[in-house]
Design a binder for this molecule. Structure first.
Ligand code: ZN
Length: 180
């Protein structure tokens, strides 16, 4: 291999690696569920950006964002997707996992009063409880009801959620002992 060929191959490799890194960066930035304020009715809507498409475009230039899902579709399918400007302005702020994690920050479980600390979503994630004492995991709550849930529910830890759900389902199997 001549030095020129070597230089060419090295240059091509740098370009490819650079493109892949840009692509990966775009994918990580735009993946996930988001809540935006729909510009049409000024109410929260749950959306997803077509992150894989944005990642492919980012390898060769600028990613042009597009939605892949919206809770207002198919009724509002074909809208101008003006909400994308909110995502471009603050991609992290409207990410559902960030909104919910922020909500637990500094709070304590309604039942055991333990602080939540760092949240591990893949392992024993915290839940919420409503006024009637019914607790829910986040995957049971439609994303478009997220904001409403945050303002009407209380935080509960995983252990209390499981214990309380069992108590409600099988009251005959649970005996309360007074604390020592
Ligand atoms: Zn608890």
């Amino acid at each position: 291999m001549t030095p020129y060929t070597l230089l060419f191959v090295a240059g091509a490799l740098v370009i490819v690696v650079f493109g892949l890194l840009r692509s990966l960066g775009a994918y990580r930035k735009f993946r996930g569920n988001r809540i935006i304020s729909c510009p049409e009715n000024h109410r929260p809507a749950a959306v997803r950006v077509a992150a894989a498409k944005a990642a492919i475009q980012a390898t060769i230039g600028t990613a042009h964002l597009q939605l892949s899902e919206c809770s207002r579709w198919p009724g509002m399918a074909g809208c101008g997707q003006e909400c994308l400007s909110q995502i471009q302005e603050a991609p992290k702020a409207c990410l559902v996992s960030n909104i919910v994690s922020r909500w637990y920050e500094g709070r304590r479980c309604l039942y055991c009063h333990r602080p939540f600390g760092e949240i591990h979503w893949h392992d024993h994630p915290p839940a919420v409880v409503n006024e009637q004492g019914d607790s829910f995991e986040w995957n049971e709550i439609p994303l478009e009801h997220l904001q409403q849930t945050l303002s009407t529910h209380w935080p509960v830890c995983w252990n209390c959620h499981i214990a309380e759900a069992f108590r409600r389902r099988h009251p005959e199997l649970v005996t309360d002992r007074p604390a020592h």
